[in-house]
Design a protein around this ligand. Structure first.
Ligand code: ZN
Length: 407
């Protein structure tokens, strides 16, 4: 593989305290030099003047639907969507058919990803067998097979005794838990368990002001508790959503403008340390139902950058630095994995973002198989224009090169 030289971009990595116009050289799968780099000959060169050069973005909450619902999305199509959106790594939820509750099913995802994925894929495993909320899965075996976190996303683990057992088991093998938030009562209960058992808990798709407050309080007490918010909950609210449009039906639902303001404040304050799309592909049929019967969920991998750049950063609601951390070092910390970074020796995962690119969201152009997008027709400013994974360019100007296929 040729070395890759990214010339003259704005290198921006707040976790490494990097903010300067300069060059980046990737050799093999690692970053070899940051700053001012002369061409030595054979490198592949990307001219990045006017672009942000960021650590490869991470989305730790996506649904890839394989196995079982390949008509909605596959590991190949979902990771092509990730590459198109600037994401070098995704962690995928285990609510496939069947649910990912055995080591063999974790390995199956990794095997398919090795052959067909456009970006890195880290599988999560179920907290309970069949996601039934009753029997805790074998975390030791699942962790050994490659699961990076346990999640019963789609459902809350309703039985407090089962959740206590799950948290104790997760702690024994140092497996993070990312839990489906279903109202403040559930957040309060799991904060209590995190305190009692001295283990970490990460709350997915936080959406209510009260939930933000509870997480802030727990963090003030020194508990290892973190929160995540979606671009749709950060940018949309119930009052502004068109009535009866199933592409605005999500779980948890869009909240009030007051809740949205609290969520943005939580992000600005670091209480919410992760932005994740909860990319949830559905078929046209699933959505073409009376509103209350339509499947909840929206896709997000291809709009996250435009939405957070356009709606949050440009409007001055949240600092650029905060948003970049929440899509790079923040999620890496939650999973306890190496964070992408712009420094020598770091993994060669990079995203290039054009902050001035004006575009109109057209789901027909998406790499995802699904079209359930609440931002269709919206004008956004800010777009990922290149995605680099381990030194390999997997997306450039909307064109996708598959990692698995090229390896
Ligand atoms: Zn989800």
């Amino acid at each position: 593989m040729k070395a890759l030289l990214i010339k003259g971009g704005r290198l921006f990595d707040p976790a490494s305290r990097v903010d300067a116009v300069g060059d980046l050289l990737i050799q093999g799968d690692r970053i070899a030099a940051v700053g001012s780099v002369e061409r030595v000959g054979e490198e592949q060169v990307i001219e990045a003047a006017g672009l942000f050069v960021l650590p490869g973005l991470m989305d730790i909450h996506v649904h890839l639907r394989e196995p079982g619902q390949e008509h909605k999305e596959t590991i190949a199509s979902g990771t092509r969507a990730a590459a198109a959106g600037g994401f070098a790594l995704v962690a995928c939820e285990p609510n496939t058919s069947p649910p990912r509750d055995t080591a063999a099913r974790v390995r199956e995802v990794l095997e398919i990803a090795a052959r067909r994925a456009a970006v890195r894929v880290l599988p999560k495993c179920a907290i309970t067998r069949g996601q039934q909320g009753e029997k805790v899965t074998d975390f030791a075996a699942l962790r050994a097979a490659g699961a990076v976190a346990a999640s019963d996303d789609g459902f809350a683990v309703a039985d407090a005794g089962v959740m206590r057992e799950a948290m104790a088991a997760a702690k024994r093998v140092r497996l993070p838990l990312t839990v489906h938030v279903d109202g403040p009562e559930m957040v309060e209960r799991d904060i209590g368990l995190a305190a009692e058992l001295d283990w970490r808990v990460h709350f997915s798709h936080v959406s209510l002001a009260e939930e933000v407050e509870l997480i802030a309080g727990a963090r003030d007490r020194g508990l290892r508790v973190s929160g995540e918010a979606t671009p749709h909950h950060l940018s949309l609210c119930a009052e502004e959503a068109p009535e009866g449009d199933a592409n605005f039906r999500v779980n948890p639902p869009l909240r009030s403008a007051r809740d949205r303001a609290a969520l943005r404040q939580g992000l600005a304050d670091g209480v919410i340390s992760v932005i994740a799309s909860d990319h949830a592909p559905h078929s046209a049929e699933d959505k073409a139902q009376p509103y209350d019967q339509a499947r909840p969920g929206v896709i997000g991998l291809e709009t996250t950058v435009g939405v957070i750049w356009g709606e949050l950063i440009r409007s001055g609601l949240v600092a650029l630095e905060t948003v970049v951390k929440a899509t790079t070092s923040g999620p890496a910390e939650v999973l306890g994995i190496e964070a992408p970074a712009l420094r020598e020796g770091a993994m060669g995962d990079v995203a290039l973002v054009d902050p001035e690119c004006d575009w109109v969201v057209d789901p027909e152009q998406f790499q995802s198989k699904a079209r359930n997008c609440p931002f269709a027709g919206r004008k956004l400013r800010g777009k990922a224009v290149a995605t680099i994974v381990g030194g390999r360019v997997v997306m450039r100007e909307d064109e996708i090169m598959e990692l698995g296929a090229a390896a």
